[in-house]
Design a protein around this ligand. Structure first.
Ligand SMILES: CC(C)(COP(=O)(O)OP(=O)(O)OC[C@H]1O[C@@H](n2cnc3c(N)ncnc32)[C@H](O)[C@@H]1OP(=O)(O)O)[C@@H](O)C(=O)NCCC(=O)NCCS
Length: 205
């Protein structure tokens, strides 16, 4: 059946329509981030900057900060994923960045994963982390590290442990936010890299 512009019958008959998602179900797609997603990504991250100690950033991140990070990750061909609703609203993101700049660290990355308000506790973090790990293995990365606040980040520790990250160390009192000292927990996972493809090369130091 053809629908021409101006046709009053804009909606297809029920039996020909795509099934609509049940409003009670939590539906999302995971895809690589684009420049257009960055304002949503920034809002998600800034929520935790302003209201939590899961990140040690204290000043809200800027558009410029996210544009530069996006450009850097794109150049290095490192995964930066977003989870979007059927209406393309970003509800979470996950990325990896070089663990350190010296070139011998080139097979090791640090991950970062944040969900928007209301998106936690429904399996989205698991879906994003799984996709991120696969994307890292695809490009031949070998080790992935998570640096997690030792306060208020139990969901993150639980999430990473579920995917085989193991605690490799802790540092106490290295951060200070909202008037109190904070430590960090280091979790590490060895990846199963696919046969070697392109790899990023951090700047020499
Ligand atoms: C960490 C985060 C990404 C987890 O995402 P999520 O969608 O809630 O995680 P999932 O629903 O996939 O659950 C993953 C595991 O964490 C556990 N978990 C989720 N929320 C939890 C909570 N509030 N307390 C304790 N455990 C929790 C789940 O039970 C699940 O473990 P299980 O499968 O063994 O039961 C999300 O909570 C978040 O964005 N937190 C704030 C930002 C943050 O801390 N980022 C990490 C910085 S390193």
């Amino acid at each position: 059946m053809q629908f021409e512009p101006g046709d009053r019958r804009r909606r297809l008959p029920r039996h020909l329509r795509e099934p609509e998602p049940d409003p009670g179900t939590f539906s999302f797609t995971i895809r690589p981030a684009t420049l257009r997603d960055l304002p949503d990504v920034r809002e998600i991250y800034n929520h935790y900057v302003a209201n939590s100690v899961v990140t040690f950033d204290e000043k809200r991140s800027t558009h410029r900060y996210w544009r530069e990070k996006f450009t850097m990750l794109t150049k290095l061909a490192l995964p930066f994923l977003v989870a979007v609703t059927p209406s393309n609203q970003v509800i979470g993101y996950a990325l990896v960045q070089p663990w350190a700049s010296k070139s011998a660290y080139r097979y090791t990355v640090e991950d970062s994963i944040y969900l928007g308000p209301g998106a936690g506790g429904k399996g989205l973090g698991s879906a994003l982390l799984q996709a991120l790990i696969l994307a890292c293995e695809e490009i031949g990365l070998r080790e992935i590290v998570a640096v997690i606040s030792d306060s208020g980040a139990e969901p993150s520790i639980r999430l990473h442990s579920k995917f085989g990250f193991v605690e490799v160390g802790r540092m106490g009192r290295v951060g200070f936010k909202f008037g109190r000292s904070l430590g960090t927990v280091y979790l590490q996972k060895s990846l199963t890299p696919k046969p070697r493809r392109r790899l990023f090369h951090p700047r020499r130091g």
